[in-house]
Design a protein around this ligand. Structure first.
Ligand code: 5GP
Ligand code: ZN
Length: 149
C-alpha cells in the first residue's frame, strides 16, 4: 500500500527518505516513527505516514488503518522505556489554526511526567452556552456527512 509520493519541499518527506537524519525508533512500509526535535517532554515522538498527506482530511481508510493500528504499540514502548512516565497525550494538529506547522500529517506522542512538565492543554467548559436544540442541530449536521468520504 506504500505509495512513493515524495514532496521535495517537505521536511518530513526528507526524513522518510533519510535525506535529513532523525532518531528513528521504528519504521515499516507505511510509517516512520522518530523523536520530535523539540522534545516538549523527554521521549516526545512523532508517528508519520511515509506517504505525503497534508492532514487528517487526506487519509483514506487503508492509510488510517496502517498508521493508527501502530500507535498503541509505539505508545506502550515509550511508556515502558521510562518508569517516570505517568501518562501520555496523543495530539494530531490539522491546519495552521489548530497549531499545525509541518504540513505532512503526524501524530505527537507526548509522555507526561508531572503536572509541572512543559506541556499544557486546556479545554474550556462551554456546555452552558448550548441549549439541547443547538446540540441536536450540530449532531444532525455532522451525522448527515458520515459516510460522505
Ligand atoms: P506541528 O506543530 O505541525 O503539530 O508539529 C511539527 C513538529 O515537528 C514540531 O513539534 C517540531 O518540533 C517537529 N519538527 C520540525 N522539524 C523537525 C525536524 O527536522 N526533525 C524532527 N525530528 N522534528 C521536527
Ligand atoms: Zn511530506
Amino acid at each position: 500500500m506504500k505509495e512513493g509520493k515524495h514532496m521535495t519541499d517537505c521536511i518530513f518527506c526528507k526524513i522518510v527518505a533519510n535525506e535529513i537524519p532523525s532518531f528513528t525508533i521504528y519504521e515499516d512500509e507505511n510509517i516512520k516513527v522518530f523523536l520530535d526535535i523539540s522534545q516538549t517532554t523527554p521521549g516526545h515522538t512523532l508517528v508519520i505516514p511515509k506517504k505525503h498527506v497534508a492532514d487528517i482530511f487526506e487519509y483514506d481508510q487503508a492509510l488510517a488503518s496502517a498508521v493508527f493500528a501502530k500507535i498503541p504499540m509505539i505508545a506502550s514502548a515509550i511508556k515502558a522505556s521510562n518508569p517516570d512516565i505517568q501518562g501520555m497525550n496523543i495530539i494530531n494538529n490539522n491546519g495552521a489554526i489548530a497549531y499545525q506547522s509541518v504540513f505532512h500529517s503526524h501524530f505527537h506522542l507526548i509522555p507526561r511526567y508531572t503536572t509541572k512538565d512543559t506541556f499544557k492543554i486546556s479545554f474550556k467548559d462551554n456546555s452552558k452556552k448550548y441549549a439541547p436544540d443547538q446540540l441536536e442541530s450540530m449532531m444532525s449536521s455532522i451525522k448527515n456527512m458520515i459516510g460522505e468520504k
